[in-house]
Ligand binder design. Structure first.
Ligand code: EPZ
Length: 420
């Protein structure tokens, strides 16, 4: 197991964003829908991507991954079982369910395990696939499903917490090969779902409404392979925005899509940074004074992303005044609070609310990473804090950030990876 040693740093320069993990994972699952070859560019080199490659290999794909390009081809093996030893480490593997049912008419996918960010039910996935004509049950830790042939349906996919990204992905992928027309109401509008729909269309699927809450899919008998480029990772880009704010460093972020980051850029402006977007869409963040406090509520896209809540909370620990963060997607996603408080922050949690009283400084401490985005928040706090910060269990960060310490070092960050 590795740890990071981080020292307070003043950063400057330009940083390049990798391809989006959360767009790449469902798109990799979507290749199950075809026997054709798929070539997918701009894939980040992450543990989650390697896990999905392992699952697809078990499910009968032959994969090569070189220089951010995946080539996925079909082999003879037509397994329909995604085993627990692979699925347990990554919830996104559950979105093999829809494509397996559509293409192979049956699926047995291990239920993803408990998650540090709170309960993560799968009822919407089950409801949607049920309405497309699937017999679906949960038995012995597996979701078992079979169908005589999927049939289009009008499906409402809202939950008490709004839309669901991966449930939309699962139902959309299944509907592509269902007989007749499917309408998904309350579909997730996240750019990653829009990207998935564009990939499916490239494969020959008939989809209208990507990027909106209403998707209309006319089922096809089959679809083929294609060549496609994944969108940039908006959460990685948003993390670099938070790095800039917390360390009061001017940073240019290249290769991101600023239109996917509107809510985070609004917060950057509100806390007092200058945001400049140039002709090539490079984003420059210039924090010019001590940060102002701000209230943030996480919501489904285009609201402020839950996946940036922890990183921005690390910044608000240094703001001049009191900020309120409300977590509406995962009300338990606050594991970083205790660790930030160990660094001298003053954060009180009450249910889905966190009240942050900004301090002039944070100080280094030994802290523990708990999940992917919380780990990023601790790195940010470590770069801003006086003294030395030791972050244990950084394997979480390797699940979702491509070469993070190399990228940060190029900006002048004092960060080292050591064996724990
Ligand atoms: C995706 O997870 C992302 N994962 C998560 O990113 C992200 O935090 C989340 O969307 C929200 O944006 C991937 O794309 C691989 P949801 P997903 O279903 O799809 C409730 C990261 O750090 N819900 O959109 O699993 C659920 O409890 C990760 O990269 C149900 O009630 O999340 C939550 O409150 C972590 N029933 C809300 O919907 C269901 O059947 C949104 O969750 C499904 C979800």
């Amino acid at each position: 197991m590795d740890k990071f040693i981080v020292h307070q740093s003043k950063l400057s320069g330009s940083i390049e964003v990798s391809g989006s993990k959360n767009a790449a994972l469902p798109i990799m699952a979507a290749t199950i829908l075809t026997d054709g070859d798929c070539i997918i560019h701009n894939i980040p080199d992450l543990m989650d991507i390697r896990t999905m490659m392992g699952i697809l290999e078990v499910l009968g794909k032959k994969i090569t991954f070189k220089k951010s390009t995946l080539v996925i081809k079909a082999k003879r093996n037509k397994s329909f079982v995604a085993p627990y030893n692979l699925v347990r480490t990554m919830r996104a593997s559950f979105c093999c369910l829809g494509p397996l049912l559509a293409k192979r008419k049956k699926a047995k996918v291990a239920l993803p395990g408990g998650c540090i960010i709170g309960p993560r039910p799968v009822d919407l996935h089950m409801k949607g696939l049920g309405e497309l004509g699937t017999d679906i049950v949960i038995e012995n830790g597996y979701c078992r499903a079979k169908t005589k042939g999927l049939k289009g349906a009008h499906i409402y996919l809202g939950s008490a917490f709004g839309s669901s990204v991966l449930a939309t992905a699962n139902i959309l992928m299944a509907a592509v090969l269902a007989r007749g027309e499917t309408i998904i109401e309350y579909a997730a509008c996240e750019p990653e779902i829009e990207c998935l729909a564009l990939f499916l269309k490239e494969m020959g699927a008939d989809i209208v409404g990507e990027g909106t809450p209403m998707l209309r899919i006319r089922g096809r008998e089959q679809i083929g392979g294609c060549e496609f480029k994944i969108i940039p990772d908006r959460i990685e880009a948003g993390t670099f925005i938070a790095v800039s704010l917390a360390t009061k460093s001017t940073i240019q972020i290249r290769g991101a899509n600023p239109y996917h980051l509107t809510s985070a850029l609004e917060v950057a402006k509100k806390v007092g940074a200058k945001v400049i977007i140039d002709r090539n869409l490079a984003i420059t963040i210039k924090p010019e004074r001590r940060l102002s406090p701000v209230n943030i509520t996480t919501l489904a896209y285009p609201g402020f992303p839950t996946d940036l809540q922890a990183q921005f909370m690390a910044c608000l620990c240094l703001a001049k005044g009191i900020s309120l963060v409300t977590e509406k997607i995962y009300p338990e996603r606050f594991m970083h609070i205790a660790e930030l408080n160990r660094m001298g922050a003053s954060i009180q949690r009450n249910g889905p609310y966190a009240i942050i009283e900004g301090k002039e400084k944070l100080h280094g401490a030994e802290i523990m990473a708990s999940d992917l985005r919380a780990s990023a928040a601790l790195v940010i706090a470590g770069l801003a804090a006086e003294g030395k910060t030791e972050i244990l269990r950084v394997y979480h960060i390797d699940r979702g950030y491509d070469k993070i310490e190399y990228k940060l070092k190029k900006l002048g960050a004092k960060i080292e990876r050591r064996k724990q």
